[in-house]
Design a binder for this molecule. Structure first.
Ligand code: AMP
Ligand code: MN
Ligand code: MN
Ligand code: MN
Length: 278
């Protein structure tokens, strides 16, 4: 049987709507053979996912998506194939988990000033033991009829520069890549096209990313166009970086993104899994 990789998705341990078990079951249905669960700043879902993966005979690759700040941009670094028990990694993300709680309280205070009370209790309940993300606030605003879509929640309240935006200092690129690498994993720059960087800034980012130990870039995501993949192919060759593929699946109700529904990596790009140690 041929391999089918999806190395970026979310469960209820962060802002996904499926439990790790439901996610693995759906990935299996979609023909995925190798899946990385990459929740925001947590590895909490991996233990349950591993049990389900064994049942479905699917290869689970330990993953995470770490929030970083670089020159006032929020960049996401996906870590793959590391030891989830590594104490350095766990200590690092513990700080980010605390940052998420403090940020959520501040977002709720800002919403209260806009006459939208009780957001903090609502997002705590919705996130349960998982990470609280802005998606949880967007869902809350939607449920309370303050907006008609998730996108509108970001456009009117939660996005950068909007009334409930809280500027946050996440990990540095060096820190995030260091935690992943020291835990035996591979650091991947997530969805590079989403940052809307000029060519000049993209070059600065990729040379710095490579310098501090980054090894791969997501060249194919769930919503990549053929043209975006071609543009990234040139960057990956220039910086001798491997290519990763990941849907960034969050929700079973989003018809645009599905687990494993991905274009293929260009032939001349080395896939990230060649870097995975056994
Ligand atoms: P956070 O890491 O808490 O800031 O939340 C970021 C998450 O919110 C991302 O991983 C996306 O899932 C979601 N998100 C960010 N921007 C948007 C947007 N414009 N529309 C919808 N969802 C978004
Ligand atoms: Mn997310
Ligand atoms: Mn992301
Ligand atoms: Mn993601």
């Amino acid at each position: 049987m041929s391999s089918h990789y999806d190395l970026h998705c979310h469960s209820t341990a962060s802002d996904g709507n499926l439990s790790p078990t439901q996610l693995i079951s759906r990935a299996h249905q979609q023909g995925v053979t190798h899946l990385a669960l990459t929740d925001h700043d947590t590895t909490q879902g991996l233990a349950e996912a591993a049990i389900a993966a064994a049942e479905f005979k699917l290869n689970l690759i330990p993953g995470i998506e770490i929030s970083t700040t670089w020159h006032s941009h929020s960049l996401h670094i996906v870590g793959l194939n590391f030891n989830p028990l590594d104490s350095g990694l766990q200590a690092g993300i513990k700080n980010l988990q605390n940052t998420r709680v403090e940020r959520a309280q501040k977002i709720a205070e800002k919403l209260a000033k806009k006459h939208i009370p009780d957001a903090y209790a609502a997002v705590c309940k919705a996130a349960a033991s998982g990470m609280i993300t802005r998606s949880h606030f967007a869902d809350f605003l939607l449920k309370q009829h303050h907006v008609d879509t998730q996108q509108e929640a970001f456009d009117r309240y939660l996005g950068q520069g909007k009334p409930a935006y809280v500027s946050t200092h996440w990990a540095s690129l060096e820190e995030a890549i260091g935690w992943i690498t020291q835990a035996g994993g591979v650091a991947v720059l997530a969805h590079p096209m989403r940052y809307k960087l000029s060519a000049n800034w993209m070059n600065r980012l990729l040379s710095h990313f490579k310098e501090v130990g980054g090894m791969a870039v997501e060249i194919v995501t769930g919503r990549s166009s053929v043209d975006e993949i071609k543009q990234l192919e040139l960057y990956l060759k220039r910086y001798e970086l491997h290519g990763s593929v990941g849907s960034d699946f969050h929700s079973s109700t989003n018809q645009w993104v599905e687990l494993g529904r991905l274009k293929s990596i260009p032939e001349r790009i080395k896939p990230v899994w060649e870097l995975f140690s056994a």
